[in-house]
Design a protein around this ligand. Structure first.
Ligand SMILES: C[S@@+](CC[C@H](N)C(=O)[O-])C[C@H]1O[C@@H](n2cnc3c(N)ncnc32)[C@H](O)[C@@H]1O
Length: 227
């Protein structure tokens, strides 16, 4: 299976260097609307793991609502920004850790909900199994797992460096090795207008949300760990 991430350095992206000019396109300043809707519907329970949290607007929104949440991300720059934001907003139930989500340990059986806000397609394909095994280990019996991931075709085929988009079958096969899948449905990832440095091919025109942000094709997967 092709790995399309190339040499993307996540910490560079958060420091405004490398592949993007300015803020990376996933930094929309609020939780992804698909995940905000899950929270609004009461589908998220404490303690929560925000896997690949980035600047962690998802974790911060959860903490503002009283949830206990741990955000883990590979990028020390993103973790420092999330930690500072929690402190500035007076949020005491969100903590942030710089670690590799494909190998992290120390939280066995802790989390009632694991949230993946656009992490899955950010991992090298060969990192998926370690990631799924690690978050499953960290999940409590009966835990819920939600994944918001780019659908195959979200990016032009000829773009050499892009997220590792998935087909529905590919997503199902990978996750089902550990989790019990309840549902996979079409969804959207909202982004800032793409701002790739030297973009080699134009991006397709997507429908936009009420804030003018492109809505890109995705899947929302729902799964659980047996009680
Ligand atoms: C597309 S961003 C999404 C960030 C955030 N969840 C959001 O919705 O804004 C993907 C994130 O995954 C993180 N990441 C990539 N590989 C990782 C790994 N092996 N372990 C932990 N985090 C990783 C990146 O640093 C980045 O913050």
């Amino acid at each position: 299976m092709a790995d399309n991430l190339g040499d993307l350095d996540w910490d560079d992206a958060y420091r405004g260097e490398g592949a993007f000019e300015g803020p990376p396109p996933w930094n929309i300043g609020e939780p992804q609307p698909e995940l905000a809707a899950l929270i609004g519907a009461g589908r998220v329970r404490s303690d929560v793991l925000d896997a690949g949290c980035g600047h962690a607007e998802l974790s911060l929104a959860l903490a503002a609502d009283g949830y206990t949440v741990v955000g883990i991300d590979l990028s020390p720059t993103a973790i420092a920004a999330a930690t500072a934001a929690a402190r500035d907003r007076g949020l005491t139930t969100a903590t942030f850790v710089a670690d590799d989500i494909t190998t992290f340990t120390g939280y066995d059986g802790r989390f009632a909900t694991v949230l993946d806000s656009t992490l899955f397609h950010s991992l090298p394909v060969q990192g998926r199994d370690g990631y799924l095994r690690s978050v499953y280990r960290a999940a409590a019996p009966g835990a819920s797992y939600f994944v918001l991931v780019f659908a195959k075709g979200a990016f032009p085929a000829e773009l050499e460096q892009k997220p590792n988009e998935v087909t529905e079958d590919e997503l199902r096969d990978a996750v089902a090795r550990y989790w019990t899948i309840d549902d996979i449905r079409p969804a959207f990832i909202h982004t800032l207008p793409p701002n790739f440095v030297d973009a080699p091919v134009p991006m397709p025109a997507f429908d936009t949300d009420e804030k003018g942000r492109p809505k890109m094709p995705a899947y929302l997967l729902t799964a659980h760990k047996p009680a």
